[in-house]
Design a protein around this ligand. Structure first.
Ligand code: G16
Length: 538
């Protein structure tokens, strides 16, 4: 069997040769991501690794998602999903990188064998893989490469076709928990819509129908999927006007629209002509991020980003816990260095909720959030969710309420746990969460925005010669290399009131990101510019 499998790996690999690519492929913030034409061999090899991962985990289903999310249409990417719907365990990223960089078919077969040997994986053990893709034009060809990898390694596989990234995470968890005492949901797309819509109806019981919401779907997979959810919800529950939902013209994906555009440019997406005080939202290309916004009477734009979502969710959950009478359940918020300083102060000092800071990437935030009973995690860019630990769910389910008020708070918390995707950040689920919380508080977007005022900030993307030369510490807040650069940044920051700035290499684009915040818009822009100038020639 071993020899037969190795020869299959070599044979199939010869159809998916590694391209001429001077740099090494790396499994970054969200898997491999680059120009689609470079990815054929990488995706094939991810198929091999996903098979080994499933074998290692006694045949549990592993997910593979083909997407480049917020990146431009000509890019694509691939990432692996672990059995509980989490990102691939970090220790396996090394194997993914090794597979992707094997020079020849023989080298690849050797790596495959070595990983199986090192991890004591039986090559004749069963393996199952479920996969999906976004709407990019390069998706179908990459799916073929993936199928070849899975076939070569001998996995059983299920093709879920076009999905949002969080839908695939949901399906993987649902498949793997189907026979447990606590199945997560029906393991298919229809089950996802049913779960969300019944939880939303439960949370909204007795509340008036929310005002019209306009959702910019980035011309990505989120548009048609949100439309499907609305159909399951039924016409009378929620009025949503979906804009930028053209998935037929694939070049439009993320073009001057979507969550990343709105967050980084701090302006309206193409096609939005907003009515004052109405709620607007933008999804990203694979619908795992969402940001909200509105304009006032003077058409001034206000952004309600991931930090605002985290604050809103933490506030609501704290209030419900208070009403429920349950003690000893710790709510915590997890953020990254990009979190606006005002949000961190508000969460810690006003809500009295502890805050943890991790490196960028949902994989880091997710694990930190699992350390709380209820862990709210959001990146400022709108990627996040709220995790209820299994013991919290049990505590809620078994709590004996002594008043109807307590009872309804407990039921609300349990419905929220169903409404909020427990596997990963999910723009559609987060949309419903925000709408529901606003309904409960009888708030419009401006009341939501009042909690705290963001410090003006600027995020700049700088193309450098070698982004891998930038190494950080302290949850990416300090540069260790290139040597001396952090001291120069510190000297600049000192000159600005409420100044803060950091530099880190992107894990999804070939660039470095510079973040700056300060007391005024002008100063934040100036600080970002000056720090960016320090990077010239690096
Ligand atoms: C991905 C990750 C996010 C991360 C973003 C930007 O988002 O899932 O956690 O914040 O990339 O990362 P970086 O600054 O390293 O490029 P998405 O929505 O593109 O999958």
């Amino acid at each position: 069997i071993i020899l037969q499998q190795l020869s299959q790996v070599e044979k199939f690999s010869s159809v998916h040769p590694r391209p001429d690519f001077d740099a090494d492929f790396t499994y970054g913030t969200a898997g491999f991501r680059m120009r689609a034409e470079l990815l054929d061999s990488v995706v094939f090899r991810v198929g091999l690794l996903a098979t080994l991962r499933s074998r290692k985990l006694d045949g549990e289903t592993i997910g593979v998602m083909i997407t480049a999310s917020h990146n431009p249409p000509e890019d694509n990417g691939v990432k692996m999903v672990d059995p509980q719907g989490e990102m691939l365990e970090a220790s396996w990223e090394v194997y993914a990188t090794r597979f992707a960089n094997a020079r020849s078919d023989e080298d690849l077969a050797r790596e495959y064998f070595n990983v199986a040997e090192t991890l004591k994986i039986k090559l004749d053990a069963p393996a199952k893989v479920a996969f999906g893709r976004d709407t990019r034009a390069s998706g179908p060809a990459l799916v073929s490469a993936l199928k070849d990898g899975l076939t070569a390694a001998g996995a059983e596989f299920s093709d879920f076709h076009v999905l949002t990234t969080p839908q695939l995470h949901y399906i993987v968890k649902s498949i793997n928990t189907a026979r447990s005492s606590n199945p997560y949901g029906e393991p298919n797309e229809a089950g996802y819509y049913r779960k969300l819509s019944s939880a939303f109806n439960a949370v909204m019981q007795g509340k008036p129908k929310p005002k019209l919401i306009t959702v910019d779907a980035a011309n990505g997979v989120g548009g048609p999927k949100l439309a499907e959810l609305l159909e399951v919800l039924g016409g009378d529950v929620l009025d949503v006007n979906i804009i930028n939902d053209d998935v037929a013209v694939t070049d439009k994906l993320n073009y001057q629209c979507g969550a990343d555009f709105v967050k980084t440019q701090q302006k309206l997406p193409l096609g939005a002509d907003p009515e004052p005080s109405q709620l607007y939202a933008s999804l990203d290309g694979d619908a795992d991020r969402i940001v909200f916004y509105y304009v006032d009477e003077a058409k001034k734009f206000y952004l309600l980003d991931g930090d605002k979502i985290a604050s809103l969710a933490a506030m609501f959950i704290q209030e419900l816990l208070g009403q429920s009478g349950i003690e000893d359940l710790q709510v915590g918020v997890v953020q990254t260095a990009y979190a606006n300083g005002s949000s961190t102060t508000f969460i810690q000092d006003v809500l009295k909720v502890p805050v943890t800071c991790t490196s960028t990437g949902v994989k880091h935030l997710h694990h930190a959030a699992q350390l709380y009973d209820i862990g709210v995690y959001f990146e400022a860019n709108g990627h996040g969710t709220v995790l209820f630990s299994p013991s919290t769910i049990k505590a809620l389910e078994t709590f004996e309420a002594s008043s109807p008020g307590q009872q309804s708070a407990v039921e609300m918390l349990l419905s929220l746990a169903d409404l909020i995707n427990q596997t990963v950040g999910d723009a559609i689920s987060d949309l419903l969460l925000v709408v529901a919380v606003l309904a409960h508080k009888s708030w419009g977007p401006s009341e939501w925005n009042l909690a705290y005022t963001d410090l003006p900030n600027r995020l700049v993307r700088v193309v450098v010669n070698n982004r891998f030369a930038f190494k950080t510490e302290d949850a990416e807040r300090r540069l260790v290399e290139p040597q001396g650069l952090q001291a120069q940044i510190n000297d600049l920051v000192k000159k600005y009131k409420f100044g803060r700035s950091f530099v880190r290499a992107s894990g999804t684009e070939d660039a470095v990101r510079v973040y700056a915040e300060a007391a005024t818009r002008l100063e934040a822009d100036e600080l970002a510019l000056k720090v960016s100038e320090l990077l010239k020639g690096l």
